[in-house]
Write a protein that binds this ligand. Structure first.
Ligand SMILES: [Zn+2]
Length: 104
C-alpha cells in the first residue's frame, strides 16, 4: 500500500479542517450585537457554529491519529483483529481504524 499518497491527501484535508476550525473559532468569539433580538439569532448561529466546530475538531483528531499510524507503520492494520483493512475501505474512509468485519 502506498501510504505516501494517503498521507498527502490526509494532510490536505487536515489543512482544510484546521482552516475551518479557525474560521468558526473567530465567529464564536465575536462580540454580541447590542440589540437583544439580534443577540438571540446570533446565539442560535453560535450554537450551530460550535456544533460544527466540535465535529471538525473530531475529524482533525482522526486525521492526526491516521497520520501517526502511517508514521508508526501501523496504518491499515485493524486495531481490533490485526488483519489488513481492505484498500477499498481505506480509500472510502482513510481514517478507518478497524476492518469492515470488526467495524460492523
Ligand atoms: Zn478487524
Amino acid at each position: 500500500m502506498n501510504t505516501d499518497i494517503i498521507a498527502t491527501s490526509l494532510r490536505a484535508r487536515l489543512a482544510e479542517v484546521q482552516a475551518d476550525i479557525a474560521r468558526l473559532e473567530q465567529a464564536t468569539t465575536q462580540a454580541l450585537p447590542a440589540k437583544f433580538a439580534d443577540q438571540a439569532s446570533d446565539l442560535a448561529q453560535l450554537a450551530t457554529d460550535e456544533g460544527r466546530e466540535v465535529q471538525q475538531i473530531h475529524e482533525a483528531e482522526h486525521i492526526l491519529a491516521a497520520l501517526a499510524r502511517i508514521e508508526a507503520g501501523t496504518y491499515g492494520i485493524c486495531s481490533n483483529c490485526g488483519c489488513d483493512i481492505a484498500p477499498a475501505r481505506l480509500a472510502a474512509l482513510p481514517t478507518a481504524t478497524q476492518c469492515i468485519n470488526c467495524a460492523a
